[in-house]
Design a protein around this ligand. Structure first.
Ligand SMILES: [Zn+2]
Length: 281
């Protein structure tokens, strides 16, 4: 009798288990429902811009310049560490190892850091060896650099060091990338003539990076040509910027026009709000 009860009990448990399992399969989980609701609904209003909203991450396209300042609190999240001489996702020192001369552990926003590793690997396949020279810089570090520069220049801002809050490096998405021979040199535009700079100018967009300060955009960026400074924005935006020969400031001008048009046509302002660039001051 006891055996029969146990057997029956076991059978019941198996049946209940199956039923629960079957039920689980057809039911939407809470995450599914949340995910469905997160898909942007533009309603009746068209989004008239070559890059779709879902292909732009507001964090990755964030503008930082002297007119659009970041706040003291703005820092990359999540952040990852990189080694000085070669970007490597696990921090290992393949192909050269950590640059002991500087000894610095560099950091980048994680999505950008992973894309940078891919770019360095892609370059290596073409025989191009790239080195990360400078990455994330905090508001405080930039502040110190700026005032040191002012002191050296007898109080005059010569435009070579960005004001605190205005540096692309504070986003954690800006990287100074050089060749082996330029690692320990002071940077100048001659770097643009190297094979490494030419390779990046041609291929960086495939990995989501743009040349942040192009030679023909100095009047717009208000920063001298920096053939070593690349900025992560994501592949769709980088491709659009590259194909149309824009700088990030021009991209945002176009994006803002599209946002204005969208709202004027009756589009929901909440949908486009995260893409509007606002200065911290
Ligand atoms: Zn830079």
């Amino acid at each position: 009798m006891l055996k029969r009860v146990i057997a029956f009990g076991l059978m019941l448990m198996i049946l209940l288990g199956c039923a629960a399992f079957a039920e689980e399969e057809i039911e939407f989980t809470l995450e599914d429902i949340v995910e469905l609701e997160e898909v942007p609904v533009y309603g009746e209003v068209d989004w008239n811009f070559p890059v779709d909203l879902k292909d732009m991450d507001p964090v990755m396209i964030r503008l930082a310049n002297k007119h659009c300042l970041l706040s003291k609190e703005d820092k990359p999240d999540p952040i990852m560490s990189m080694v000085s001489r070669k970007a490597n996702k696990d921090g290992s020192n393949a192909n050269g190892g950590v640059n002991k001369a500087s000894g610095s552990k560099m950091q980048l926003q994680e999505t950008c850091g992973l894309a940078l590793v891919e770019m360095f690997e892609g370059a290596l396949k073409d025989g191009i060896k790239l080195y990360l020279k400078s990455a994330y810089r905090s508001y405080q570090t930039q502040n110190t650099m700026y005032y040191n520069r002012l002191k050296k220049n007898h109080g005059k801002d010569d435009g070579w060091v960005s004001k605190p809050g205005a540096s692309d490096h504070q986003t954690g998405l800006g990287c100074d990338i050089v060749s082996r021979s330029w690692r320990d040199k002071a940077m100048n535009r001659d770097f643009g003539k190297t094979d490494e700079a030419k390779w990046m100018a041609e291929n960086a967009y495939r990995y989501g990076f743009i040349l942040r300060y192009p030679s023909d955009k100095e009047e717009i960026t208000e920063i001298n040509f920096e053939p070593w400074h690349y900025r992560y924005v994501g592949i769709p935006v980088a491709t659009y910027i590259k194909e149309n020969g824009l700088c990030l400031e021009e991209f945002h001008e176009q994006l803002q026009a599209a946002i204005d048009e969208f709202i004027a046509a009756g589009g929901d302002p909440a949908i486009v709000d995260p893409y509007i660039q606002r200065s911290a001051e």
